[in-house]
Design a protein around this ligand. Structure first.
Ligand code: PDD
Length: 280
């Protein structure tokens, strides 16, 4: 195991010395939230947007933010390497109680953990990946970036076992998101992504792409995407902080857009890479 320095409850220490109690509510109940923030050459990408989402996730589970944004920045900065592209993972749980009880304990301090890891591009990151659709059986609180990810990992694992990179989830007849990504489709020349709701995580990459589309006069729409529309889309992309914009070239064993990344993806990816460079 790589023995990098991590942050835990006010201390920086080697990863293999970082310990939390077995009574931590994150461990017992998945009672916590997290963030994943890319860092390009040591600059946190849209730090404020990630902090605002952290605030919303924390209030969604009725937990106060333990720190103001400036203090978060102070905590995370020593974990960053200016020579690398990385992502910071941070997690806040409700903390460690004296006994296991579903209801919130009265006196409790949150557990705060953060670490950074290198961003390693996936095979197919630019040449396209396979995906499969699956019924979305998750709860109605998917807008909270909760550490409780059992459904997501089961979907992703099933996809991996079928030689796919991602599971695209479908609730009723409409697409929600990927197991760990948001979904975009190009339909009749228009970029479409499902609107924000309790059914999906409001991805920061998603928001940044819509802003780039707006600035560059690329027509887009936040609208529901039916399974049928997805299957006949000219292009499908998956977006996330760690995977950026990944083109899907095969869905449920059928080719998408002739089995190659499409022209709208090529344009958007170029604009996104230029935008990233401009923030370094
Ligand atoms: N996941 N939807 C889900 C369910 C996700 O887990 C993620 C990201 C996204 C994309 O959000 P963003 O663009 O803010 O990364 C959408 C992260 C990367 C993870 O869990 O590791």
């Amino acid at each position: 195991m790589e023995n990098k320095t991590v942050y835990l409850n006010g201390r920086y220490l080697p990863l293999n010395e970082a310990r939390v109690s077995v009574l931590d509510r994150g461990f017992l109940f998945g009672d916590g939230v997290y963030e994943v923030i890319p860092s390009y050459s040591g600059h946190l990408f849209h730090f404020d947007k990630h902090m605002e989402r952290l605030d919303r996730s924390l209030s969604g589970i009725r937990l106060g933010n333990p720190f103001p944004y400036a203090q978060w920045l102070e905590i995370l900065t020593p974990l960053l390497d200016p020579a690398l592209d990385q992502y910071v993972y941070l997690q806040v749980t409700r903390g460690s109680a004296e006994k296991r009880d579903h209801a919130f304990p009265k006196q409790i301090r949150p557990t705060v953990f953060a670490m950074s890891s290198a961003i390693v591009p996936l095979p197919g990151q630019n040449s396209g990946v396979r995906a499969m659709t699956m019924p979305d059986g998750r709860w109605q609180l998917c807008h909270i970036k909760a550490i409780t990810l059992l459904a997501n990992i089961l979907y992703r694992q099933e996809a991996v076992e079928k030689d796919c990179t991602e599971a695209i989830l479908v609730r009723g007849d409409h697409v929600t998101e990927g197991a760990a990504s948001n979904v975009f489709a190009v339909v009749d020349g228009v970029l479409v992504t499902p609107p924000k709701s309790h059914e999906l995580l409001p991805g920061i990459t998603r928001d940044v792409l819509l802003e780039i589309a707006e600035r560059n006069h690329i027509s887009y729409r936040e609208d529901s995407i039916s399974l049928e529309t997805l299957k006949s889309a000219d292009e499908i992309w998956l977006t996330s902080s760690t995977r950026e914009i990944m083109p899907v070239v095969e869905l449920d064993s059928a080719p998408i857009g002739g089995g190659k990344p499409g022209p709208v993806w090529a344009t958007m990816n170029r604009l996104f890479q230029n935008y990233k460079q401009s923030l370094r």
